[in-house]
Design a protein around this ligand. Structure first.
Ligand SMILES: Nc1ncnc2c1ncn2[C@@H]1O[C@H](COP(=O)(O)OP(=O)(O)OP(=O)(O)O)[C@@H](O)[C@H]1O
Ligand SMILES: [Mg+2]
Length: 261
């Protein structure tokens, strides 16, 4: 049974997609079977993995709103070693369309992923930068949520808002939802701000915060233009080493919890 992990933060540009792609690649290099669900109408994960092979490629939108069987929309990224359920701009209107569905509108993604849960060790969901119905659907489908946090001012406020949303989902559509961990991103050891923010987040959230922080690394921002994860693009760079360390930390936590090993 797959562990479903939402990668979520309503703040834009904090490293959700970069983390989703490279964690998917890291887990698959560790021998796990992985599906990455692009759940953002920007389609960054799909583009960053060159997941559109044909123009009429069905997407997560086709599955949710047009009744396309989910297996038909899953694409294999041979270069990266895992599968992807792609998204494109069509998903932009889905919030409103989902809202019209009434009862069960929070469970649409969860239900759509049901036939796939037996087929993977991990299903990662790359969430959009908002707290709307798409995000609620992702949190409802998920077992855990991984929160990337950029080392900058207002980082804590952003997390607080997300935690309120998570609590709401726990009280309504997904009582079993847990926090997987908090990941400090774009960490810059040379700036006091970065160091201070990371310290503050660690003081507040303790062991929930991963030991591994992801530094600013230009190679991480270049890799998507080649359709590759950082491990294929430049396996020796700092970004690759850090995402490898994060993968190991996540697998170690899973071992300690006695699951998915
Ligand atoms: N550690 C890093 N070092 C350098 N650049 C990074 C790093 N992480 C992400 N980036 C770059 O920063 C930008 C935002 O990252 P990313 O797309 O992963 O964030 P996001 O949270 O998914 O954004 P959105 O909220 O728009 O979906 C991208 O151009 C990405 O390539
Ligand atoms: Mg993104």
């Amino acid at each position: 049974m797959a562990k479903v992990m939402a990668i979520s933060n309503q703040k834009g540009g904090v490293g959700k997609t970069t983390t989703a792609i490279n964690l998917a690649a890291g887990l698959s290099a560790a021998g796990k079977t992985v599906l990455l669900v692009d759940f953002d109408s920007q389609g960054n994960a799909s583009q960053g993995l060159s997941a559109f092979f044909t123009e009429d490629q069905p997407t997560v939108y086709s599955v949710l709103m047009e009744g396309v069987p989910v297996q038909e929309a899953v694409v294999r990224s041979e270069a990266n070693g895992f599968d992807i359920l792609p998204a494109n701009l069509a998903l932009a209107g889905a919030d409103l369309e989902m809202d019209k569905q009434g009862a069960g509108k929070e469970q649409l993604l969860s239900r759509a992923l049901e036939p796939l849960r037996d087929q993977y060790d991990y299903i990662l969901i790359d969430c959009p930068p908002s707290l709307g119905l798409l995000n609620t659907n992702a949190l409802t489908a998920a077992d855990t949520v991984l929160i990337p946090v950029q080392c900058e001012y207002y980082a804590l406020e952003g997390i607080t808002q997300l935690l309120i949303t998570i609590r709401l989902v726990q009280h309504t559509s997904n009582p079993g939802l847990r926090i997987e961990g908090i990941l400090m991103t774009m960490y810059d050891i040379r700036t006091r701000l970065s160091v201070e923010v990371a310290q503050e987040v660690r003081q507040t959230f303790g062991r929930l915060v991963y030991q591994t922080s992801i530094p600013r690394n230009v190679r991480l921002s270049e890799a998507p233009s080649r359709g590759l994860s950082i491990f294929q693009y430049d396996p020796r760079c700092t970004g690759a080493q850090k995402y490898q360390a994060l993968t190991e930390e996540i697998l170690e936590r899973a071992r300690q919890e006695g699951s998915h090993e």
